[in-house]
Design a protein around this ligand. Structure first.
Ligand code: ADP
Ligand code: MG
Length: 314
């Protein structure tokens, strides 16, 4: 007999609260959260739809991990500390092996950050995974997209394009060393610690979910500035460099999504303080300019970047 809705919620998605902010978790009509004085609540939602965001038959544990990771990444990019999440699950059936693996992936990453699953909704339909994440940020301190300044340096954490390569591999590209790229695509890790370290130490920030060109483009549009990226400086793994040499597809790391690294801008003074503090590793990849548009400096030749990231309705 298939497991009933409330038994499913109790068995797979109800755990004792760990976060001090949680006043009431799963089981009532609403959950209750305490917001400490001097803090604002940061709220974000992301959905993953089968055959749009992941392949049918994708590993359930990785899906649970990734659903949480991509939402925590949004909190990281604002400099918020995650406290709780809600989960809206639409399932074609109640496959308990799938549910156990999905819950394991989600709840182990949640436990790592002391994030509580405080509620949600469970319905039948085409496999659709939606999570809402809530975090705390000292009042007025959130890192926004709209506050980059001409003269800021542009930085990013981690490497660019590994997840994009992971997707190419899943689509059939033969890579000599696929493992790291596949991992980056299937199981990204949110840059929570970097986000927290950037509060008060950077001017603008975004997480790289849809590709650097498009995501940095959001900072440029909202801040009403332009930028020039330095091709030579982009942090590309050996596997991504080999992919580019083999295929000639040098735009892939600029346009592929799913890296979930942070891209931020900092004044030269802020940048010097960040480098001195050694809080986390990052790479300087370009500069914010007052002339609008996004440009790429490739061996001294400056060209406009016209490619963008993923967009659902175009
Ligand atoms: P209601 O009908 O009042 O909206 P539900 O019957 O949908 O409540 O859910 C019962 C309880 O279980 C609620 O506290 C809800 O937040 C929680 N819940 C439902 N689905 C999930 C889920 N997938 N993960 C975590 N909590 C859930
Ligand atoms: Mg409901």
């Amino acid at each position: 007999m298939p497991i009933a809705e409330f038994d499913l919620i109790a068995k797979y998605f109800t755990r004792p609260a760990k976060n001090l902010s949680t006043r009431l978790g799963v089981g009532d009509d609403c959950a209750l959260l305490a917001v400490p004085q001097g803090y604002e609540l940061a709220i974000t939602t992301d959905t993953m739809v089968e055959n749009v965001h992941f392949f049918a038959g994708a590993d359930a544990e990785s899906l649970g991990h990734k659903l949480l990771a991509i939402n925590l990444s949004d909190l990281a990019s604002m400099g918020a500390k995650p406290i709780a999440v809600t989960l809206a699950l639409t399932l074609p059936d109640t496959n308990e092996a799938w549910l156990a693996a999905f819950a394991k992936g989600l709840l182990s990453l949640a436990a790592h950050y002391q994030v509580d699953l405080i509620g949600g909704d469970t319905t039948r339909g085409p496999l659709t995974l939606t999570l809402q994440a809530l975090g705390l940020i000292p009042t007025g301190k959130a890192l926004k997209r709209s506050t980059a300044q001409p003269g800021d340096y542009i930085f990013m954490t981690g490497n660019l394009g590994d997840a994009g390569l992971g997707l190419k591999i899943a689509q059939g590209y033969l890579c000599a060393q696929p493992t790291a790229a596949e991992q980056r695509f299937n199981k990204p890790y949110p840059q929570i610690d970097a986000g927290l370290a950037l509060v008060g130490a950077a001017n603008a920030c975004i997480d790289l979910s849809d590709g650097l060109a498009g995501d940095l483009g959001h900072i440029l549009a909202q801040s009403q500035v332009g930028a020039c990226l330095d091709w030579q400086a982009l942090p590309l793994s050996a596997a991504v460099q080999a992919y580019i040499e083999e295929t000639g597809d040098w735009a892939m790391p600029l346009t592929a999504g799913d890296d979930y690294e942070l891209c931020f801008t900092a004044s030269p003074g802020q940048a010097a303080a960040l480098t001195a503090s050694n809080a986390f590793a990052c790479t300087k990849i370009g500069i914010i300019e007052s002339a609008l548009g996004l440009r790429l400096n490739k061996a001294g030749h400056i060209q406009p970047i016209t490619v963008t990231g993923f967009e659902h309705f175009s």
